[in-house]
Design a protein around this ligand. Structure first.
Ligand SMILES: *Cc1c(COP(=O)(O)O)cnc(C)c1O
Length: 380
């Protein structure tokens, strides 16, 4: 076995248990207390104070003016795109190296994704690729920025902070401001990650987090939209709660709303989890440091945070030499009950997104063949 020593090292970091998963949640704070509280009060669903508390906690962490708790990150992205002004028949710039939910949410909003390359260092949307694309294929018209090839409006740009590594936001914000294209950050993986001292998700018009079971904190299932624009956020809250207009007894609804509100029982869980976010991040950073000290001795690159960023090390990434090495590594680790996973297949390889416009994907294709996620759970 070529990777025997590596597997032994990873396993030594997780001495409990036979099978080592990629990422599992840890419930050792107030989870039981808060969840029991919702049961005792009977407020498990659409009324209750934990939803408000979770929103407040996320506003504080991200330093944004309004947070809206939703049923999951995907629905949060869908609503954020609608709030950003994306309409049916339009197009949205994003990266091909992402989890499928990013592209799906764009599709739900009625738009089509445009897949642009990522940067090699961040693994997230490349501002240079966005500049290149817009200069070559876009023109400013009265109704907005038009994609010359399709005649459709480019309505938004969705960078995704891959595995918690922030996109080069200064450059991306600059190009999107120049073209007046709103940014919706897919920050599903980057709770606890900062770029130049500011939390990811707070740079765009809107940002979206996920609290799925495999993320750094979990509500069972859930998500959060954040925005600096308080009124826009309030409208988001309205849309995600069936657009019900307050009335003493009548059912009055003034928009086609959604039932995307996070239930109070899930909010209770995530409040207790968010209380431990700093502990989780510090714990993971220790593991990252151990990995960083080990992997070079095996001739394998461990991906560490870039200058000016502080990252959550949600899923830790190593870079193998080539596809053959990657496949060998995946097989040997998984055969040894040590869970590892390749980074996602690029979105345009999937049948439903094969036809979408894309640029040359030099970096994305390089990373697709080499990046592997290794066990990254918080250790207690
Ligand atoms: C997890 C994830 C989502 C979706 O979040 P859910 O809460 O599972 O719907 C969206 N985008 C990315 C990049 C993710 O990793």
């Amino acid at each position: 076995m070529a990777f025997k020593e590596t597997i032994e090292f990873i396993r030594s970091k997780f001495p409990k248990g036979d099978f080592i998963p990629l990422h599992v949640p840890v419930f050792q704070g107030n989870e039981r207390k808060y969840v029991m509280d919702t049961l005792d009060s009977t407020f498990v669903s659409s009324v209750g104070s934990y939803v408000d508390l979770a929103e407040k906690m996320m506003e504080d962490i991200t330093r944004t003016n309004k947070a809206v708790a939703v049923v999951n990150g995907t629905s949060g992205l869908q609503i954020a795109l609608q709030l950003a002004g994306v309409k049916s028949g339009e197009e949205v710039i994003t990266q091909a190296l992402t989890f499928v939910a990013t592209a799906n949410a764009i599709h739900y909003s009625g738009a089509e994704p445009i897949f642009l390359d990522v940067d090699d260092d961040t693994m997230g949307l490349s501002p240079k690729a966005v500049v290149r694309f817009l200069e070559k294929f876009a023109e400013k018209k009265k109704k907005g920025v038009i994609h010359k090839k399709t005649g459709k409006r480019i309505a938004a740009c969705v960078p995704m902070h891959t595995c918690g590594f922030p996109v080069h936001m200064d450059e991306l914000v600059a190009v999107c401001n120049e073209w007046n294209i709103p940014i919706v950050e897919d920050a599903a993986e980057s709770l606890g990650s900062y770029y130049k001292g500011r939390h990811t998700g707070s740079f765009g018009k809107l940002g979206v987090f996920s609290f799925n079971g495999n993320k750094i904190v979990t509500s069972g299932g859930g998500g959060m939209i954040v925005t600096q624009e308080e009124d826009l956020g309030k409208f988001g809250k309205h849309l995600t709660t069936t657009a019900k207009v307050p009335h003493p007894y009548e059912y009055v609804h003034d928009h086609i709303g959604y039932n995307y509100r996070m239930p109070n029982i899930n909010a209770a869980l995530v409040c207790a989890q968010i209380e431990q976010l700093n502990f989780f991040v510090e714990n993971k950073r220790q593991l990252a440091s151990d990995y960083q000290n080990f992997f070079p001795s095996q001739g394998i690159k461990f991906r560490t945070e870039l200058e000016g960023t502080r990252i959550n090390y949600w899923l830790m990434c190593i870079e193998l030499e080539n596809l053959a090495q990657r496949n060998k590594f995946l097989k040997e680790t998984n055969d040894s009950k040590t869970m590892t996973r390749p980074i996602w297949q690029l979105m345009y390889r999937l049948p439903m997104y094969r036809h979408c416009f894309r640029d040359e994907q030099k970096n994305a294709e390089y990373l697709e063949e080499r990046i592997v996620n290794i066990p990254s759970s918080v250790r207690i």
